[in-house]
Design a protein around this ligand. Structure first.
Ligand code: FMN
Length: 240
């Protein structure tokens, strides 16, 4: 409480500090504030509330499949449900990447991007971490996922310094090769992936793992997904 009060006191009395830097500090400290123009008393109240409130980790979840009954989107739905029930201080936001145009440098103008790309990049920037759920296409990441990654990577790189985890469900390799390609891509993006546990689900092998809507119905896989999310939760907290 004392430390945060002084933080806000400094903010109010230091006009030389850039506002966007202050917002970034507040974001990292998970302090919800609408404006730094508010009176000091209001800020102190916000600081006190932030100290008492349990901080919420925000995870942006991206699916690499457009298929209506996608198993991988089903994994994201299962992850959202697991967090709501068991990991209440981590919230997963599903980020729809279907509306992003196919990457083309001609669509960039003096560092600005088409509207859906700006929206997408903002959501990634604001997240504390990322959950990728994607099928493997021909031994690698799907074009949908790569397109989203490429848009996010344009300067300033929206992925930089975030914790991340990958889950996959699919055919013969169940996405294992895609996962290792994605980790390789993450080196340049400056993404930090958890190493363990891995979750690579052979969707077409018995017992049945998903229902016809793509919802995860296998209890063992749900338990493994929960362990992966707990690992991501701990890792993101260490990075913040
Ligand atoms: C173009 C294409 C390429 C694929 N390549 C692979 C592959 O290399 N390895 C694999 O395990 N599955 C492969 N699959 C099978 C997908 O992993 C499987 O269809 C998966 O269920 C798709 O994910 P979704 O249910 O989220 O749509 C491929 C599927 C398509 C359509």
């Amino acid at each position: 409480m004392v430390a945060l009060s002084w933080f806000f006191y400094d903010v109010m009395n230091n006009p030389s500090v850039e506002e966007d830097i202050l917002y970034e500090i507040a974001r990292r400290k998970r302090i919800q504030i609408s404006s730094f123009d508010s009176p000091l008393r209001e800020m102190e109240a916000a600081a006190a509330a932030a100290e008492n409130a349990k901080p919420v980790i925000r995870i942006a979840a991206i699916c690499g499949s457009l298929r209506k009954a996608s198993f991988n989107r089903g994994l994201i739905r299962a992850a959202i449900a697991i967090c709501e029930e068991f990991i209440t201080d981590m919230k997963i936001d599903y980020i729809d990447v279907e509306g992003l145009p196919f990457y083309n440098m001609d669509l960039e103008e003096d560092g600005s991007f088409p509207w859906p790309v700006e929206e997408f990049r903002k959501k990634i920037r604001e997240a504390d971490g990322v959950l990728f759920a994607s099928p493997e296409y021909n031994y690698s990441v799907s074009p949908l996922l790569k397109n989203a990654i490429d848009w996010g990577s344009r300067p300033p790189n929206a992925w930089a310094d975030k914790g991340a985890a990958i889950v996959s469900a699919g055919g013969s390799s169940a996405g294992a090769r895609m996962q290792y390609h994605l980790r390789q891509i993450g080196v340049f993006l400056d993404l930090h992936f958890i190493n363990k546990p891995e979750l690579i689900i052979p969707a077409f092998q018995p017992p049945q793992k998903f229902d016809r809507n793509g919802d995860l119905i296998d209890l063992e896989m749900k338990e493994r997904l929960k362990k992966l999310l707990l690992s991501l939760h701990a890792f993101v907290l260490r990075l913040c």
